[in-house]
Design a protein around this ligand. Structure first.
Ligand code: IMP
Length: 425
């Protein structure tokens, strides 16, 4: 397998966990490069269901090396919990999970500031964050006041934390939230640090050594293009770069180490949290997609907003990420639809938009221009070969690829591992 970078092409929740799991079979190393425990990658193997927030999905294969790269923001307490849960289910992590010493630490005060800031925002201005402290931690990183995973091993950790907390408690007071207790914050982080010590290492060197040794590397993106802080629906975005450009910054691997980009895209669209969503369905059809697709956030349990496939987003994502192939997921969710709509362009103030406008106020007013496709009206989730899919289902998939200008690489028709068809990669 070529070194593959896997990105979410919509607003996250495209089914990346499942596709990473599928591709991990052929990789030596699986590395995450951005985000934090705002992600929730779900993988179903037989009767077992795993939801991973920080640990790369490759961990479910016993022989894969997994790396949490420098571009992440890590809640050490959450990571310990995740590792312990995996270990309790027989998935061993020692010696094959590595955590970057350059990744930033999400401390309890980041989560408190995240929640308090959201509470303070007026309705309409709220972002609907996952309240995992992501934005405040990346803000500290950019502000050069962050703590890194390597600092957890520093004997001066207690003093470092106390200094940061004093500032954050002042901020919390202005936001009308209760202060945090220094001793408690230190105790929590110190305990996690002791557990994580053997995992924390220089992953930049580790990854580059592996690259030079011609190991196969799989880059696992979290969230999605439309949540990217530069290319997404700003300010209704996350605070990192889920797009392919983020992979090098978030791992320390050079651009030429990425040999191909696989974009994961659902056969319809969902979004959690606030912000514009041109193809959103606020009716029974949307409700039907939510039910059939089990569209509830893997991290927060919030119901996801559902809508038709947006090819404007698809084309934009393909362009920004340099997508070589699509991995289209959840086709089976459309099995009972008589007619399926695809948004091919937007219309705003009499103007046709073929790509995503930067202006949030324009995007909020964009109306989708739809093309209709006949549904196949038969179950697909038990089908085990691409050739056996109903003709109309194959035509729909082909239309998505043609309209977005990207060939099909992988197609998935159920949450199970064996319902994934390898088409062209
Ligand atoms: P944050 O990343 O928690 O700051 O949240 C910012 C926005 O990104 C909110 O709309 C979240 O719902 C959304 N978001 C963050 N992570 C994910 C994810 O993994 N899947 C889908 N949406 C996400």
């Amino acid at each position: 397998m070529a070194n593959t970078l896997l990105i979410g092409a919509q607003w996250g929740d495209e089914g990346k966990g499942k596709v990473v799991d599928f591709l991990s079979q052929n990789a030596d190393i699986v590395v995450r490069y951005q985000g934090g425990s705002n992600a929730g990658h779900t993988i179903e193997i037989g009767a077992e269901r795993y939801v991973l927030h920080l640990v790369p999905s490759g961990i479910l294969y016993p022989d894969k090396t997994c790396v949490i790269g420098n571009g992440l923001v890590i809640d050490p307490v959450g990571l310990v919990k995740e590792i312990k849960e995996l270990n309790a289910r027989g998935i061993m992590t020692a010696g094959r999970l590595h955590v970057s010493d350059r990744a930033h630490v999400v401390a309890p005060y980041h989560k408190a500031v995240d929640a308090a800031s959201e509470n303070k925002l007026a309705v309409g201005a709220k972002i609907g964050t996952t309240q995992r402290g992501i934005g405040p931690t990346y803000a500290d990183k950019a502000n050069r006041t962050g703590l890194r995973m390597g600092d957890l091993l520093d004997p001066a950790l207690k003093t470092l934390l106390a200094g940061r907390l004093a500032q954050k408690n002042e901020l919390l007071a202005t936001l009308g939230a209760a202060p945090l207790e220094a001793a408690k914050v230190y105790a929590e982080i110190h305990e996690a640090a002791l557990f994580l010590t053997p995992y924390i290492t220089d992953t930049v060197k580790l990854l580059n050594d592996a690259y030079r040794a011609k190991k196969e590397i799989l880059f696992e993106g979290a969230q999605g293009t439309m949540l990217d802080i530069d290319f997404g629906t700003y300010p209704f975005v996350t605070s990192s770069n889920p797009t392919s450009g983020g992979a090098c910054v978030g791992t320390g691997l050079p651009p030429r180490s990425v040999e191909r980009v696989l974009g994961v895209i659902k056969a319809y669209t969902t979004r959690v949290g606030e912000g514009p969503f041109p193809t959103e369905l606020l009716d029974a059809t949307g409700e039907g997609l939510r039910k059939r697709g089990r569209e509830f956030g893997a991290t927060t349990g919030r119901p996801r907003r559902c809508g038709w496939f947006d090819a404007v987003v698809g084309r934009y994502s393909a362009m920004v990420n340099g997508v070589d192939y699509w991995a289209i997921t959840k086709l089976d969710v459309l099995d009972e639809m008589e007619t399926i709509k695809v948004c091919v362009a937007y219309e705003c103030d009499g103007k046709r938009h073929e790509t995503v406008p930067a202006s949030i106020s324009i995007l909020e007013r964009c109306k989708p221009i739809y093309k209709e496709f006949p549904g196949w009206m038969s179950p697909t989730s038990q089908i085990k070969r691409y050739e056996d899919l109903p003709v109309k289902a194959k035509e729909y998939v082909k239309a998505l690829c043609d309209i977005t200008g990207v060939p099909l690489g992988v197609l998935s028709v159920s949450p199970q591992r064996e319902s994934t068809f390898r088409i062209a990669i």
